[in-house]
Design a protein around this ligand. Structure first.
Ligand SMILES: [Fe+2]
Ligand SMILES: [Fe+2]
Length: 251
């Protein structure tokens, strides 16, 4: 049913999620860590997109608009201020967001990333609802090695650094999509349905990151895709003691 959605994602990823990770993720005692980590991943996805926009494409007014949009979610995640009631209706922009006029790819990047940011904040809200419904105490948890591991490979000059970060964004989105599909059948029905509902937007996020990377690059980016694809596959398959949404093979 989701094969046409997942086929390009599975082709893009150099290696499927190890069965041992799925076995670990199925365990009821790991549900709390999975959901708490997932919540933070949604926020990080929004924050990384905003970081890229700030650095490369936004006007000062756009920076303020999006920083304000994100603030209540960050306050919850880092200071535990608020809940699903106080966050309700907060994911709204009163004005459209404009790119800097000196940035040739700016408006395309702004349009794609603003949609992505708002979708990730919506996902954050949906994960928080599930956390509250399951009476899971919320505490922030330290980040996995995954994103950091890939960011080590980013080149230090522009626009290559931007292109690398966009390719990494594509890998994170694609792997998330693949893992949602893998674990959905093994989770409680409501959470499983929610995970399946995420596939479409995460598949588009992967595609948007990749399109932006190729559009901004003057040269073919296949070798960089291969480079990060190998790094990503290593992080997802090598032994990893720290079970998280994007962790490696459990030991
Ligand atoms: Fe998401
Ligand atoms: Fe996403």
């Amino acid at each position: 049913m989701y094969d046409n959605l997942l086929a390009p994602i599975n082709a893009f990823l150099k290696y499927p999620t190890p069965d041992a990770w799925v076995e670990e993720a199925k365990k009821p005692e790991n549900l709390a860590i999975l959901l708490r980590d997932h919540l933070i991943c949604e926020l990080k996805a929004a924050q990384s997109a905003l970081f890229l926009l700030k650095r490369y494409a936004l006007t000062p007014e756009g920076v303020t608009q999006l920083t304000d949009l994100m603030a209540p979610y960050e306050q919850f995640a880092y200071k535990r201020i608020g809940n699903t009631q106080t966050l309700k209706g907060k994911n709204v922009l009163s004005k459209s967001i404009q790119a800097r006029s000196d940035c040739s790819y700016g408006q395309d990047m702004v349009d794609k990333m603003v949609l992505l940011i708002r979708e990730e904040l919506h996902h954050f809200y949906q994960v928080l609802e599930i956390i509250e419904e399951n009476n899971i105490p919320y505490d922030p948890i330290p980040a996995a090695r995954y994103a950091k591991g890939m960011l080590k490979g980013v080149r230090t000059y522009e626009p290559e650094a931007l292109i690398d970060k966009l390719i990494i964004g594509a890998y994170i989105e694609a792997r998330s999509c693949e893992r949602f599909a893998k674990i959905a059948p093994h989770l409680d029905e409501k959470i499983g349905k929610f995970y399946i509902s995420l596939l479409r937007s995460e598949a588009r996020h992967y595609q948007d990151y990749l399109t932006l990377a190729q559009d901004i690059s003057a040269v073919d980016i296949s070798d960089r895709i291969t480079f990060f694809g190998e790094k990503e596959a290593d992080l997802i398959t090598s032994p990893d003691k720290d079970f998280k949404f994007h962790s490696g093979t459990p030991v």
